[in-house]
Design a protein around this ligand. Structure first.
Ligand code: GDP
Length: 443
């Protein structure tokens, strides 16, 4: 996962501070040296690091910190705020034209993720009840047009294309007409990328810019390329006046340098981040939530938003009723896993829970989708009766289930044991929550 090294290092610095009732100037200085190293190692631009440390120091050596009862916590809070500030402070929203359509021009180097991000953005807008039009303006990369058309088909968003023989400027012009005719309120133009920035490319982009007068010029950069991404952003910004940056591939093990430097170096806010190849792997970028994730403090807000978008409320209520009444079966268990999977890869979900990063690290806890697959295979190998009444699963049934699911008897035993424990805990929890049993002390 992104930022893993940085998170670990920062947490180590802070756990030293947290234990102290009083901190000396020397403690602060030592902590700052370590934070500085951690940021440099995460490939954050050195000028940005220097400024960051001097700002934190200025605030951290004040009287309030030294006299606070929890000086360590105050310092963590200062770092959290400065990290947030570094990434732009508050969320930078997508611009909206006063008179539709809102035109969004996507630019960036080849391979950064421009075409897929265009599709993801269209998907996000469509979920918000907008009517986006995708425009295939990359006529040079073989298969770029086809790729956009396939994406459009998947999400049922129209794609405007004139093949690869018409100039991108003309394509953009006609696309705007098409959007007006069809009442599309957003036009997303996928432009050509190159392996390196060159004059011909910039010329073409400037022409499209002039003609369409876009509300947004979003630069798509690959977070995995670290400081290179920042240099590309600086270069594009000098020539095109970007309005925002989309950081892609944050699901990879990027050290984080691009996310933490790009706003400070270019002045351009990060508006979105992508965390996977799937079409719903686009997130609005919230600096404060990202800072919290980097510090290993989780991101419950994003998790709740994801749940609200993806989880069927009626099903969730029914599940809750069953849990309270201890009617939860292996069939419900499978269904619940399906619901959780809709939120994204488990590893990413875990990182949104406060403290989970640290637990993963210290206990070598690994929850990956492959393991989930094995658990599902076990449950699928059970008969309906076994799923509904797990108590009938005796030793010979366990052997059969293990053979049927390609797992071992030990794994089947473990799952059934965990399931029993889970049911018992749910029952205890619901009894505790039940006012009748609390008063009467029965059950
Ligand atoms: P373009 O040349 O800029 O249009 O790049 P593409 O949209 O074709 O993307 C290049 C590659 O990066 C494709 O294989 C994408 O699936 C992949 N990609 C894009 N965004 C992400 C992301 O957030 N995570 C991961 N893992 N892969 C991504």
């Amino acid at each position: 996962m992104a930022f893993e090294g940085l998170t670990t290092r920062l947490q180590n610095v802070f756990s030293k501070l947290r234990g102290k009732g009083k901190v000396s100037d020397e403690d602060v200085a030592e902590a700052m040296r370590e934070v500085r190293l951690a940021l440099l190692e995460a490939d954050v631009n050195f000028k940005v690091v220097k400024e960051f440390i001097s700002k934190v120091k200025e605030k951290a050596v004040g009287k309030e910190v030294m006299e606070s009862f929890t000086p360590g916590m105050v310092i963590i809070d200062i770092v959290n705020r400065e990290l947030t500030e570094l990434m732009g402070g508050t969320q930078s929203k997508l611009a909206k034209a006063t008179k539709p359509p809102t035109v969004i021009m996507m630019v960036g180097l080849q391979g950064a993720g421009k075409t897929t991000t265009s599709g993801k953005l269209a998907r996000m807008l469509q979920k918000q009840n907008h009517r986006p039009l995708l425009v295939a303006g990359d006529i040079y990369r073989p298969a770029a047009i086809k790729q956009l058309q396939v994406l459009g088909e998947q999400i049922k968003v129209p794609v405007f294309s004139m093949g690869d023989q018409t100039s991108p400027v003309e394509i953009a012009r006609q696309a705007l007409q098409e959007a007006k005719t069809n009442n599309n309120d957003y036009v997303i133009i996928d432009t050509a990328g190159r392996l390196h920035i060159d004059e011909a490319l910039m010329d073409e982009l400037r022409q499209i810019h002039e003609l369409t007068n876009p509300d947004e010029v979003l630069l798509v950069v690959d977070a995995m390329t670290g400081q290179d991404a920042v240099n590309v952003a600086e270069n594009f910004n000098n020539q095109l006046q970007l309005t925002g940056v989309v950081l892609t591939k944050l699901d990879g093990d990027t050290r984080g340098g691009a996310a933490l430097s790009v706003k400070a170096v270019t002045g351009c806010p990060i508006k979105f981040a992508t965390l996977g190849e799937k079409l719903d792997a686009l997130e609005v970028f919230h600096p404060e939530r990202m800072a919290s994730r980097i510090l290993g403090m989780g991101d419950m807000l994003s998790l709740i938003e994801k749940a609200q978008l993806n989880i069927d409320e009626d099903k969730a209520k029914e599940m809750e009723r069953k849990m309270r009444n201890a009617e939860f079966t292996f069939e419900d268990f499978l269904e619940q896993m399906d619901q959780v999977k809709k939120l994204g890869p488990l590893d990413q979900i875990m990182d949104m829970l406060p403290g989970m990063g640290k637990m993963k690290q210290t206990q070598n806890l690994q929850v990956d989708d492959k393991q989930v697959g094995r658990i599902e295979a076990i449950v699928h190998s059970m008969t309906v009766q076994e799923k509904q009444h797990p108590e009938v699963i005796n030793h010979s049934r366990r052997k059969r289930i293990a053979a049927g699911s390609g797992t071992s008897v030990a794994e089947v035993n473990r799952l059934i044991k965990q399931f029993d424990e889970m049911r018992r805990m749910m029952k205890q929890f619901s009894d505790m929550m039940d006012p009748k049993s609390a008063k009467g002390g029965k059950n």
